[in-house]
Design a protein around this ligand. Structure first.
Ligand code: SF4
Ligand code: SF4
Length: 307
């Protein structure tokens, strides 16, 4: 029995769930059996989430989260230092890790001490260039489709089907297809060497009754509590221009994290340890004085504290 297991790690709002759907749909359209599903903790923009796709040439009896993936898609590289998300946990020997980063595979390998096959591509930049947004679902689904060996035609049809069920704007749909095909061709073809993965039979588990802290650990770890600093969730950070700010405090009131403070002169300033980069403040500023800057290089020292 052929069985490939792909695990996506992203942040709420990046499109990990839809990426797994794009991959599963492409596999289905190519004649395989497929499963795709997400796992959330508390639904919160920027919070770590995972999504899963199984692809097989026979009906899939296996259920539940994928603990031993053949392929891991890391949609936000700061998750590689996240002690709750643990995106590389259980990756099979010979498996492939894709990382959304401007770094080369060698740079990523050195920074994160990764042993497996690594592929990198700056999906966020490609998405900003083509779609002018940071929802990289189609792009992440596309690189996963390339890694598992699906065809361009199946990917294109899958993006068309999945994205058209979410958006009605034909321009956005066409740009999603364009971005997905760009990424599909931008990464090299790889050989998945997880021999045990393609031979493994589906297994049936006996599920014992467990306390919620064990059976739903994603909801019970510090990953969703006030103890967790969310500053490494950002793709963009808000930046203030005090010359144009009129001190109306609307940004302060709208921040869902309560992390915009006010200094003695009445100007807002942000606690970057907790700002998760949702950019609601940027949207809401009536004077349009708030700007944004992309966080390309996360600081390793702050990630250690956050993880
Ligand atoms: S400061 Fe702005 S970007 Fe940061 S969490 Fe608050 S609203 Fe979101
Ligand atoms: S909403 Fe804009 S103008 Fe008002 S305090 Fe915030 S940055 Fe200044």
């Amino acid at each position: 029995m052929l069985m490939l297991r792909v695990r996506f790690h992203g942040r709420g709002g990046q499109g990990a769930k839809v990426a797994s759907r794009v991959l599963g749909t492409a596999a289905f359209l190519e004649g395989y059996y497929a499963q795709d599903f997400p796992l959330y903790g508390a639904e919160r923009r920027g919070a770590p989430i995972a999504a899963f796709t199984r692809i097989a040439d026979e009906p899939i009896m296996e259920r539940g989260v994928i603990s031993e993936p053949d392929v891991v898609i890391v949609m936000d590289k700061t998750l590689l230092r996240d002690h709750q998300a643990k995106p590389l946990s259980g990756l099979k020997k010979g498996g492939v890790i894709f990382i959304n980063t401007p770094q080369s595979p060698e740079e990523a390998r050195a920074e994160y001490t990764i042993a497996g096959q690594i592929i990198t591509l700056d999906l966020t930049k490609i998405c900003l260039d083509i779609l002018q947004r940071t929802v990289i679902s189609s792009l992440a689904g596309a690189v996963a489709a390339k890694i598992v060996g699906l065809s361009e035609a199946s990917l294109k049809a899958a993006v068309e089907k999945v994205i058209s069920e979410i958006v009605t704007d034909s321009v956005i749909l066409e740009k999603n297809i364009e971005a997905a095909l760009y990424c599909f061709h931008a990464i090299p073809a790889v050989e998945l060497k997880t021999t045990e993965a393609v031979q493994m039979e589906s297994r049936v588990f006996t599920m014992p009754f467990e306390p919620a802290a064990i059976s739903s650990p994603a909801l019970n770890t510090t990953g969703t509590t006030v103890l967790r600093k969310t500053g490494n969730w950002r793709v963009f950070r808000p930046v203030w221009d005090y010359d144009a700010c009129n001190k109306c405090q609307i940004c302060v009131a709208r921040c869902p994290e309560g992390c915009i403070l006010v200094n003695e002169e009445g100007f807002p300033y942000v606690d970057y340890e907790n700002c998760k980069g949702c950019l609601i403040c940027v949207e809401e500023c009536p004077a349009k004085t708030l700007g944004k800057e992309r966080e390309v290089h996360a600081k390793a020292d702050s990630e250690e504290v956050i993880g």
